[in-house]
Each structure stands twice: as structure tokens, then as C-alpha cells.
Write a new protein. Structure first.
Length: 360
């Protein structure tokens, strides 16, 4: 019997090249084999972070899938989902939302509420709403999804708990800490392993720091990092250290996390934003400027979203420290307007940015 060796994993760009070559040999692009190869190429483009090319491919593939296997087929719905995600990754979430809304509806109506595709599409919809800064809508989607999951598969099921933690993240962004802590207590009560219990404890410590009391959270988070050592726990510790005024150690942790992530992932960009803040607090203006600039250059969020606005605030504060007062003033004024619109006038980030503006 002839044994076939598994193909070694290729770098994302090399995999795209291989799949393009394979697709070029396909005589019938709308045959089942042709559709499969096109889907594989689209997924490879997403993995490589080539979002414009992925958008073009899935915009053509989704209608082709509908013609061949039907509009409600999981492959067709997957193509629409990937098109929406490609749009969102280019900072165009408002275009992605209606695509995901319709896809989620078709998934559930056709394949049922327990279908993994239904679960994932709802989560993707909530994510894209958050990318658009439409936090209230994201919370509504997540609350409905969590209740549906609890009814369909139980409150302790992973799908239900994932929805809860996604909801928790949005509540924290909006600084609705009382609601966040109540939800966290509910999620912690459902934890069944030491790791999941420690994860809940770590998020609780972060919320304590976000409420304005970071120093007591540092030591317990150090213990959690020593116990688990994963990027998630290190990121929690870095965020708390940054709030506690220990920017140098925070920067070291964030740099180690970033080194292990692909550059194009949204998670990497969020780390860059925190790292830019840490470098600024350390007085390393060049590196602060570089990291904030990289986040903005990615164009992964629409203008006015709190994430790119935070990077713009960092750049304005860099300008202020270099003595470019007018540039700093313009940047901070625009940031206050944007944060007021996105988060409200009493949000700590709005107030903090207004205070920096008053010092320029």
C-alpha cells in the first residue's frame, strides 16, 4: 500500500501562491472542485491578511456557490460570512453588518439554532458591530445569543460562556462595571476547571483596575501568570501594570505577546495600541509614534472608533512632548469630540483626553 506524506505547512504567502497555481489549472471554476479550490484560496488570503483580495474573491464566490449548491448551503453562507469579515477588516464594518445579519438569519432558519455556523455567525455579527462602534447593538445581539445558547445547549456550555465573555468585553468598554461584575460572577459560577476559574478571576482583577484601583490587582495577576504563562494572562497583567504606572514591565510583556502574533491580526493591532501607550509613558517617543502609526495605517477600524482615536491621542501627546503644541492641540481636540460621540462625555477616556488637552 502506498503511503502519502502530509504536505508540510507553508507560510501564508506561499500557501496563497500554491493555491493560485492550483486554481489556474482548474478548467471549470464553478465545478464543485473549482468552488472548493476558490474557497481554500480565499481562506488563505484571509490568513495572510490580504483583505482586499479576499473581498474580491468571496464577492464572486458567494453568488457562484448559490448558483451551484444553493443559497442556503453552508458553503454559500460561509462565503458570505468571509466576505463580511474581509470588509470589516478593512475598516468597513457598516457594509459587513447587513451581510452578517442576513447570513445569521438564514443559518438559523435553515440549519437550526444549535448549528455551529449559527453560533459563530451571531458572534461575528456582534464583533463587527463593535468594530463599527455600535456597542449597544452588539450587546443586544450578544444577550439574545447567550439566552438562546442557554436554552439550546445549557448555561454551562462553551458556546454560552463564550457569548457571555464577549458581552463582558463590551460592558467593560462602556464602563458599565456593575453589570460586568454581575455577569462575571455568573460566568465564574459555571467554571468547571482551574484554568477557567483563574480566567474569571483574572478578568475580575482587570475590572478592579479599570475602576481605578490597579495596584492591589498586580500581585494576584503575577501569580496567575506564573501558574499559566499564556498570552491571555500576560496581557491582563500588562494592562493592569500600565494602569498602575509600571509601563516598562508592561511594555516588555506586550512586546513578547506581539512577537508571537501575525502582524495583520486585529489582536496584534490592539496590542500595538497598548504598547504605544506604554512607550509614551516610558518617554520612548520614537517607538510610541511607530506603534501608534502602525495601528492607524492598518485601517482596521472606521474613523472615530475609540481604538484608532486612542492611537491619535498617543501621537498628539508625543507631539506635545516634542514641543509641537499646535499639532498636539488639534489632535486632542479632535479626539475629545470623537470620544464624546462614541463613549459619552462622562467616560474616563473622554475626561482623561480633555484633561491632557487642558495641559497643552
Amino acid at each position: 500500500m502506498k503511503l502519502f506524506r502530509a504536505r508540510p505547512a507553508l507560510a501564508p504567502a506561499d500557501e496563497v501562491t500554491r493555491l493560485r497555481a492550483a486554481l489556474a489549472k482548474t478548467r471549470k471554476p464553478e465545478s464543485l472542485d473549482g468552488l472548493r479550490r476558490r474557497h481554500e484560496l480565499g481562506c488563505a488570503l484571509m490568513k495572510a491578511g490580504d483583505w482586499p483580495a479576499a473581498e474580491v474573491l468571496f464577492a464572486e464566490l458567494a453568488p457562484a456557490q448559490a448558483r451551484v449548491v444553493g443559497a442556503r448551503h453552508p458553503n454559500t453562507l460561509a462565503a458570505w460570512t468571509n466576505l463580511a469579515l474581509s470588509l470589516a477588516e478593512q475598516g468597513r464594518p457598516d457594509e459587513a453588518v447587513p451581510v452578517l445579519e442576513q447570513t445569521a438569519e438564514v443559518y438559523e432558519r435553515t440549519w437550526g439554532a444549535k448549528e455551529p455556523g449559527t453560533f459563530q455567525t451571531r458572534l461575528n455579527l456582534a464583533l463587527v458591530l463593535s468594530v463599527a462602534g455600535r456597542y449597544a447593538e452588539a450587546l443586544d445581539v450578544l444577550e439574545t445569543h447567550r439566552r438562546s445558547c442557554a436554552a439550546e445547549v445549557g448555561p454551562a456550555h462553551m458556546a454560552t460562556r463564550v457569548a457571555g465573555y464577549r458581552q463582558l468585553t463590551v460592558l467593560r468598554v462602556l464602563e458599565r462595571f456593575d453589570e460586568a461584575e454581575r455577569l462575571l460572577a455568573e460566568l465564574a459560577s459555571l467554571a468547571t476547571t482551574d484554568r477557567s476559574r483563574d480566567s474569571a478571576a483574572g478578568v475580575g482583577l482587570l475590572i478592579r483596575a479599570e475602576r481605578g484601583d490597579p495596584q492591589p490587582a498586580v500581585a494576584p495577576l503575577r501569580e496567575l501568570v506564573a501558574r499559566h504563562g499564556t498570552g491571555g494572562f500576560r496581557e491582563l497583567l500588562a494592562a493592569v501594570l500600565l494602569r498602575a504606572g509600571e509601563a516598562r514591565e508592561a511594555a516588555e510583556l506586550l512586546g513578547s505577546i506581539l512577537a508571537a502574533l501575525p502582524d495583520h491580526r486585529r489582536e496584534s493591532l490592539l496590542i500595538r495600541g497598548l504598547l504605544a501607550h506604554a512607550y509614551l509613558e516610558m518617554g520612548d517617543l520614537d517607538r510610541a509614534e511607530r506603534e501608534a502609526g502602525a495601528l492607524l495605517a492598518a485601517g482596521a477600524w472606521p474613523s472615530g472608533h475609540p481604538t484608532p482615536v486612542a492611537a491619535q491621542v498617543t501621537l498628539a501627546r508625543v507631539a506635545a512632548r516634542r514641543g509641537h503644541r499646535e499639532e498636539a492641540r488639534r489632535g486632542l481636540e479632535a479626539a475629545v469630540v470623537a470620544l464624546n460621540a462614541a463613549l459619552g462625555p462622562t467616560h474616563s477616556r473622554t475626561l482623561e483626553t480633555a484633561a491632557w488637552l487642558s495641559e497643552v
